[in-house]
Design a protein around this ligand. Structure first.
Ligand code: COA
Length: 693
C-alpha cells in the first residue's frame, strides 16, 4: 500500500486520504497511490461510495512543482483524473485548506465537492507561466461557465469556498467536521444519477449560441495579461472546450500545458517560486522569538498607514502615532476608505473590516508606544529626525521592545546608535502601499540580535509578506539597484530619447510601467530634493521640476495629464525641452535602438547587483531576484535581474558594460569585479554559494 495515500473504510464509505506533508503536493507516489486505491475500491461491494480528502487540514496544493523539471513519471495525473471521473460509485471531494492547481483538478474530476467555508480553491498555474494541464480549463467552465472560470484561470487568483458557493464549483459548504459532513452528504445523494463535469454541456451550448461574446471575453482577458503566451494558451484551451469533443479537448489542453511547462517563462517562474521560499527561511537561526501582541507605527503618512493596515490585517492591534492631529485624521479617513473598498469588492466582510479598523488606535504622543513589543518608525527620510525618534523610543519603551525603522536608504546602524540597545533595532523596509505590496527587506544591522531578526521575519511572514534579509548599505538591495537606473534614464533623455520611447521599451520587456511614467506617479520632487542635497544636476529632470512639472499630482511631468486622468499623454513641451537639452549638451542626434535602451536600463542595475553580492549585502543572486520580482514589478517570467543576466551570459554582460562605459565616458558602468571574474571563468551568478548576510 502507498505511504502517501491511505484508505480507511467504515459505514460502507471509503475515505481516501492524501497524506504527503506539508501541502499534499501530488507527485508520482501520490498519483500511483490514488490509482491503486481507486482500482481496489472499484470492485469493492462493501462500499456505497468514497470520500477523497487531504490529511493535515489541507486538500492538495497541486502537482509537485519539483517534478516539472524531471522526465515525466507514470502514471500521469490525467490517468488519475480519468479514474476519479469513471469511478462507479459516488465520489465526494472533501476540501479543507487549499485545493490548488492539480489539487482542484482532482476535486473537479470527482462527482461532488464539499468544502469548509474558508477553504481556498484556485487554478494558479498562470502564475507559474503555465495553464492547468489536467482538465481544469475543461471541467471548470462546464461547471461554472466561462465568465466565472476565466478570472480563476487567467488571473490565477483563488476563491474561497464561501465565494464559490452556488456557482456550481462547490455542492455544499459545510461547517464542523468536514469528513463527517462529506459522509452525510454522500448518504443523502445515494441512488442519485451522477453527472460528471465532462457530461455537462449547458455552458458550452450557450457559447455556441453567442460565439462573439465568448471571443470578446477571451480577447479581454488576453489583452489584460502581462505575460501573453500563457494567456493565449488558456484562450486556446477554452476554444478547444467549445470546438472539440471532451476527450480531444483534454488532449489539446495537455499539449498546450506541456509546451508551457517546458517554456523558458515557466522555468523562470518555478525558479522564483523556490527562491522566494528559500529567502523566507533566512534569519531564523535564533532558538527563540520575542512575543509580539501589541504594536505601534510612528508616522501616519502613506507608509505608516499601509504598515498599520498590514499589521491590523495580520490580527495585531496597532497604535498609529503622529504628532500632527491633521495627519492622523487624514490617516483615519484613508484607512476607512481602504477597508470600505475591500468590503465593496467582496474581499472582506463588514464585520472583519470593522474589527481591523478598530484595532488601529490613534495617538499623538509617542508614549502611546510604551506598552508595545514592536514599534515601526515610518517618518520621512531624515536621519536626524529618525535618530531623535529612536532616542525617544529608547526611553519610552521597555528594554526588549523591537524597534524597527522603515527607512528605504538610511544607515540602520547609525539609527540604532541613537539608542542604548542597538541589538533591539533593525530595518523593516516595506514598499508602498505597504498593505498590498508583498516585499519586506529585513535589514540586519551590525548589532541586531538574532532573536530580534527571527521575530521580525516571522512577523512579516504572518503579515503575508515575502521576506529577504539584507545587510546595511545606502538603499539596501532594491533601491540601491533602482537608483542606478535614474541617471541612465536621464542620460538617455539628454541624448534625445523621448520618455514614451523609454517607457515603451520597458513595458515591452514586461514592466507594468516605464521609468518615466513611474516617476510621474511617485512625484519628481522626491528625487530632485535628494539630488539638490547631494549637489547633483540632471538637466532634463531638474528643468521639469523647475517648471513645476512634478508629476501626476501637478497634472504634468514627463507627460501631461488631462484633469482627473492618470493616462500619460506625450507633450510637445517636453519633446522640445529634450531636443534643446541634447543640442546644448552637444549630443549629436543619433538613432538609439530599443536594444541599447533596454541595455542601458538593465545593465547598470545588474552591475550594482553584482556589487551587492561582492559586499555581502545580498546573500545570493536569487535573493536579489526575489526583491525585484516582489517589490519592483520585474516581470516574473524573466526570473529576476540576476537570473536574466545569466540567461544573457555574463561574458556578453561584461562586454556590453565595457562598451557603454567607454562610449558614454561613464566609469560607473565598468563591469563589477565579480562579473569579470565569473565571465572569465565561464560561470554565471547562479554558481555562487549563498553567503551569510
Ligand atoms: N509543489 C511542490 N512543493 C510545494 C507546492 C507544490 N505545488 N506547494 C507548496 N510547496 C512546498 C513549498 O515549496 C514549501 O516547501 P519548503 O517548506 O521546503 O520551503 C512548502 O510546500 C510550504 O509552502 P509555503 O508556500 O511555504 O507555505 P504556505 O503555507 O505559505 O502556502 C500554499 C501554502 C499551498 C498556499 C502555497 O505553497 C502555494 O500557493 N503553493 C503553490 C500552489 C500551486 O501553484 N499549485 C499549482 C502547481 S502547478
Amino acid at each position: 500500500m502507498s505511504n502517501v495515500v491511505r484508505v480507511e473504510t467504515s459505514d460502507r464509505v471509503a475515505r481516501i486520504l492524501i497524506d504527503r506533508p506539508p501541502v499534499n503536493a501530488m507527485n508520482v507516489d501520490v498519483r500511483r497511490g490514488l490509482l491503486e486505491a481507486l482500482s481496489v475500491l472499484r470492485g469493492d461491494a462493501g462500499i456505497d461510495g468514497a470520500i477523497l480528502a487531504g490529511a493535515g487540514g489541507r486538500f492538495c496544493a497541486g502537482s509537485d512543482i519539483e517534478e516539472f523539471d524531471a522526465p515525466p513519471a507514470a502514471p500521469s495525473s490525467v490517468e488519475v483524473f480519468a479514474a476519479l471521473e469513471n469511478f462507479p460509485k459516488p465520489l465526494v471531494a472533501a476540501i479543507a485548506g487549499v485545493a490548488f492547481g492539480g489539487g482542484l483538478e482532482l476535486a473537479l474530476a470527482c462527482a461532488y465537492r464539499v468544502a469548509s467555508p474558508d477553504a481556498r480553491l484556485g487554478l494558479p498555474e498562470v502564475k507559474l507561466g503555465m495553464l492547468p494541464g489536467g482538465g481544469g480549463t475543461q471541467r471548470l467552465p462546464r461547471l461554472v461557465g466561462f465568465d466565472r472560470a476565466a478570472p480563476m484561470i487567467f488571473r490565477g487568483e483563488p476563491v474561497s469556498a464561501k465565494e464559490a458557493e452556488g456557482s456550481g464549483l462547490i455542492d455544499a459548504v459545510v461547517e464542523g467536521d468536514l469528513l463527517e459532513a462529506a459522509v452525510a452528504f454522500l448518504f443523502a445523494r445515494r441512488g442519485d444519477t451522477v453527472r460528471p463535469a465532462a457530461a455537462r454541456s449547458t455552458w458550452i451550448d450557450r457559447v455556441r449560441e453567442d460565439r462573439p461574446a465568448f471571443e470578446a471575453l477571451l480577447k479581454d482577458w488576453t489583452a489584460k495579461a502581462r505575460e501573453k503566451k500563457s494567456a493565449n494558451a488558456i484562450a486556446e484551451a477554452f476554444r478547444a472546450a467549445v470546438d472539440l469533443p471532451f476527450d480531444q479537448a483534454l488532449q489539446r489542453e495537455r499539449a498546450l500545458f506541456v509546451e508551457r511547462r517546458d517554456s523558458a517563462e515557466a522555468k523562470a517562474q518555478r525558479y522564483l517560486f523556490f527562491a522566494e521560499r528559500d529567502a523566507a527561511k533566512v534569519g531564523l537561526d535564533a532558538p527563540s522569538v520575542r512575543p509580539v501582541d501589541r504594536t505601534a507605527v510612528v508616522g501616519a503618512g502613506t507608509m505608516g498607514v499601509g504598515i498599520a493596515m498590514a499589521l491590523a490585517n495580520a490580527g495585531l492591534p496597532v497604535a498609529l502615532i503622529d504628532s500632527d492631529e491633521k495627519t492622523l485624521d487624514r490617516a483615519a479617513a484613508t484607512i476607512a476608505t481602504n477597508y470600505r473598498r475591500q468590503i465593496e469588492s467582496g474581499a472582506l466582510t463588514a464585520i472583519e473590516a470593522a474589527r481591523r479598523e478598530e484595532s488601529i488606535r490613534r495617538g499623538t504622543a509617542i508614549t502611546a508606544a510604551g506598552d508595545c513589543q514592536l514599534v515601526i518608525e515610518a517618518v520621512f527620510e531624515d536621519l536626524g529626525l529618525k535618530k531623535e525618534i529612536f532616542a525617544t523610543l529608547d526611553r519610552v519603551t521597555a528594554r526588549g521592545t523591537i524597534l524597527a525603522t522603515n527607512t528605504s536608504t538610511l544607515d540602520v546602524d547609525a539609527i540604532a546608535a541613537a539608542t542604548t540597545r542597538p541589538g533591539d533595532v533593525l530595518g523593516l523596509h516595506f514598499f508602498s502601499p505597504a498593505h498590498i505590496m508583498r516585499l519586506v527587506e529585513v535589514v540586519k544591522g551590525r548589532a541586531t540580535a538574532p532573536d530580534v531578526l527571527k521575530t521580525a521575519v516571522m512577523l512579516a511572514r504572518k503579515m503575508g509578506k515575502a521576506t529577504v534579509v539584507v545587510g546595511v548599505c545606502d538603499g539596501f538591495v532594491g533601491n540601491r539597484m533602482h537608483l542606478r537606473r535614474a541617471p541612465n534614464v536621464e542620460r538617455l533623455l539628454q541624448e534625445g530619447v523621448m520618455p514614451a520611447t523609454i517607457d515603451r521599451v520597458a513595458t515591452a520587456f514586461g514592466f507594468a510601467m516605464g521609468p518615466c511614467a513611474t516617476s510621474d506617479l511617485t512625484g519628481l520632487d522626491v528625487q530632485w530634493r535628494i539630488r539638490q542635497a547631494k549637489g547633483i544636476r540632471y538637466p532634463v529632470a531638474d528643468a521639469l521640476c523647475e517648471m513645476g512639472r512634478l508629476g501626476q499630482k501637478a497634472g504634468a511631468g514627463y507627460y501631461r495629464y488631462d484633469p482627473g486622468s492618470r493616462r500619460p499623454l506625450e507633450d510637445p513641451v517636453v519633446h522640445d525641452l529634450i531636443r534643446k537639452t541634447a543640442v546644448s549638451l552637444g549630443n549629436a542626434p543619433r538613432a538609439i535602438g530599443d536594444e541599447e535602451i533596454l541595455d542601458r536600463l538593465l545593465l547598470p542595475m545588474i552591475n550594482e547587483g553584482a556589487g551587492l553580492l561582492e559586499e555581502g549585502i545580498a546573500r545570493c543572486p536569487a535573493d536579489i531576484d526575489v526583491v525585484w520580482a516582489t517589490g519592483y514589478g520585474w516581470p516574473t517570467w524573466r526570473g529576476g535581474p540576476m537570473y536574466f543576466a545569466d540567461h544573457i551570459g555574463l561574458i556578453t554582460i561584461r562586454d556590453r558594460l565595457e562598451r557603454y562605459s567607454t562610449q558614454l565616458g561613464d566609469e560607473t558602468l565598468r563591469p563589477a569585479r565579480l562579473i569579470k571574474a565569473l565571465a572569465a571563468a565561464g560561470r554565471g551568478f547562479s554558481s555562487l554559494p549563498a553567503a551569510r548576510v
